[in-house]
Every structure is written in C-alpha cells, then in structure tokens.
Write a new protein. Sequence first.
Length: 557
Amino acid sequence: MPVPRTPHPRIQIQAVEPVVDCGRYAVKRTVGEDVEVYATLFTDGHDTLAGVVRVQAPGVTRWREQPLEPLGNDRFAGRFTVDAAGRWQFAVAAWAARAEGPGERVGEVSSPTLAVDVDRELARFGSWYELFPRSFGGFAGVAEALPELARLGFDVVYLPPIHPIGQSNRKGRNNAATAGPDDVGSPWAIGSAAGGHDAIDPELGSWDDFAALVAAARSAGIELALDFAVQCSPDHPWLTEHPEWFNRRPDGTLKYAENPPKRYQDIYNLNFESADWRGLWQALLDVVVGWVERGITVFRVDNPHTKPVPFWEWLIAEVRREHPEVVFLAEAFTRPSMMTTLAKVGFAQSYTYFTWRNTKAELVDFIEELRAWSPFYRPNAFVNTPDILHEYLQRGGPPAFEARLVLAATLSPAYGIYSGFESYENRAVAPGSEEYLDSEKYEVKRRTLDGPLLPLIGRLNEIRRAEPALQRLENVRWLETDNEQLLGYAKDDVICVVNLDPLGEREGACVIPVALGLPPAFEVRDLLGGGAFTWRAGRNYVKLGPGKAHLVKVILP
C-alpha cells in the first residue's frame, strides 16, 4: 500500500448511535421527541477531546450544534430535539481541545451524516376506526357520525377505497363469483366508466359532499385515512389507456389477482416490470398527491409487500418532500424482513400480527419483537379487519372482545377497530374461516354507533390520551403472574393485568418487582371502575372474570 499523500486523521469517531443498518436508513422520531446521540471518540496520545452533534432541520441550510458530554471510557453523549416533520440530518464532530487559543479546534474530524425521519405524533400514537362509507349513508352520513366518533376518542377514521367499482367480474355476496343485479361489489375492485383512482364512487356522493366530509372531519378534530390500493378492476380507464401496465398470461389474456386460496377475478394487478414503469410510478404518485391536495394526509396502503420496495421508497420520499405531514400505514401481513424493510424505507406505521397473538407467551414474544424494531418500526394493533375475524373472537363471545380491546389499547400506542367490533360481530362464513359471514366487503350494512362495547372503547381512549405512559411501546415491563391466563405488565406509572381466558374466571398473584422503584406499599387508582386501593411490592392477589382487566394508575405522594 502506498504512503498516503496527506496525513490521516488522528481522532477516531466510532459506534455512532442511533443508526439503522449502518446508516442506510433513517431512524424514526415524532415531533417534540429528543434524539439521544452516542459516539466513541478517541485519539493516540494524551490530548483531551471535545465534540458536538451537528444538526440540520428539514428545509434549513444552516447546521446548528449541540455539545457532547463525556460518559467515561471514550464514550460521549448528546441530544437534540426535533420540532418539525421531515427528514433531519445529523453528524458527530470531534477535535483536540488544546490551549492554543479560545475556540481552537485542532485536528477536527466529522462522522458520516445520518438521517432521522420525523413524523407527526399521529404516526406513533392514535386510535383508529374503520368504516365503509356506503354502510353509513355515503359521505354525508359519515360526516354526521364524525362528532360521535370524536366524542368516543378516535383520532383517525379510515375509509376503504371510495372510488368507482367495476362491473365486470363483480363479486356477489359472501365473495360469490357471480353477482346479482343488486350486488354492490367490492370497493377494492377499483375503476369503472366513472373513473379510476382519482375519482369517487357516485353512489357515495358528489365532490362537494366529499369536501364537506373533509371539512367536518377537520371540525371534529379527526383525520380521514384513505385506502391506497394499487390494483384495478377490469373496467378501470388504465386498461385501455395503458394496457402495457398490466400482467398478462402467455396467451395474452389479462391475469387476475390471486392470493391462494383466495381468487380475485374482479381485480387485476399492475405490472411493475412494465417497459413503461416510469410512467406507472408517476401516475401512482399523481394519485396520492391529488388526494393530499383534497385534504387527505393519512393513507392506509393495501398489500404494499406485493409491490417493489424501491417504488415505495421513491413514492413516500417524493410525497413527504413537499408534504412532510403525510402518514403512510402499511397493511403488510408478511415475513418480518419485508415488514421491517417497508418501515425502513418510509412507512410510518404497520399492521402487525397482533390479531393472531392470544396466549401469554405469544403476546410477550410479539411485543418484545416490536421493541427490538422500535428505532424504525411503529405498530398499529388492529383488533379486527374486514378480512380477519380470529377464532378467539368467534368462540370467546363479548369477554374475548373486551380482553382484546384492552390489550390493544394499552400495549400499542396506535390501535384500531373495524366497525362491528363494538357490537361483538363474530359469525364466520364457514368453520375454520376468518372471513365474516355476510361480509361488508360485498354488501351494504346499515351501521349505527350504538354497540354495547362503545362505553369501554370511549373510556379507554380517554385514558390513553390522559396517560403518557400508554402512548409509548418501549416502556413495557412484564410482571410475573402465577397463572398462565393472567398477563401483567407495567408502563411507567400504569399497571395492567388482563384475564386472557374469555370463558372462565381466573385468579392468582401479580408480582410487583422492587426494580420498578415503587415504595413497599403504594396506592393505585382503578382507571376503569373507579376507586382506590393499596398494592405492594411483591405478590398481589388478583381475581378477574372472563376477559376482564385491572387497569390502575400508581398514586405517589
């Protein structure tokens, strides 16, 4: 190796944190949070080192500096607060602090620049309610329901696709391959003579009605989330305008979508390997930006794991460059490597496997996996969806619904329910199926907000907003219980114990470890039922009815 032309830096900067995949992806934060920065700084010889964190906010050309403080053994720490949404940059700089003169920075070096993706708080914390507008009387009916949904404490109302629905190969009730004359079809079969992804279903109302809905949501303090499903019905305008954008069989016929054993004869997937892939990407970006300009800043993305990751990285970056307030939720039920990669490339939240995690061991392992992903992945724990009616709900009756609701609302900062959950809807189309009987995906229901679970939902949402401990994931501490059906956990000053058995009463001890730092005896306030009582470090007797829970707040002097 030849001798270098210039001297190499004598100061070393190593092990900079936080970092994701050696800096390939940004870490995630929400507005108002601190970014704790750590680095190892050292040099040969005996010079005293000093350093700073250099920070650049989005849209700002000037870098500002925050000091690094020594922790010992060459490790330094600093922090900065992110106060705006968008892409932030930071780097660590270090120098030898000699006595040559005030402010002298001898041998200064800097680390590679790292990124922080900053979202609004809604990307981390919020309560979601999913509804089909056609079951509430269209846009006008949804607008009328918004004040009640706001009173119940929901932050987001998520709408499945609101676009025109195709006629060709339209599905009938219960996913029948042939539709009757009065069948309304699946909203995910997007596109007809009335338009495609940039149009609205005339059955739901006019553009004026949609604008009124957006205004009503803003007035109620609720955000509307729109489904972004990258697929088309056989009647979508793109099939005639851009036939090259679609997958075809060897004989040249169009290939409909499949997710074995499910078949979607009413849907065609787009071909991301098309020769005109650039035109396709741009068209999809134009769709999203068009809805942002109409007041939609939250998107639930349908099956993003079946589209190329580079497309999502590009699209999300393009949207958020001009509209950093936009939040993307990934409906990605797939392998962990794909779920986490989608988060790394820009999705602010993701659906999770919470619905299928029902035992104590399953739930603990599930949350611990999410905690390991927390630098870049944020969960949204939907308790049910139009596609997922878990066996636990089918067999457990109302207590199962209560247990799952409390778990979702207290374990995950973001959670959601699909309408009908509050009314204990639990009839499957067939034994062993997770599909609803008379699924709302294929027919119109007559929905009203009067389900018997709504008071508990409203109370839990009220508690979530009042208790910062429930707005985070990384603060979960598991509590030992001597009954496998009792799941106990603490989140700072909030303690929860849930009976996972929807069919029977369970009792046992819940152990409060000394490591929690609580006094030998302390008062707790029952957040669900009211009243106060005394708990102690060590074993506390708990007895809970089927699916019931203790949710208490520690009261310290």
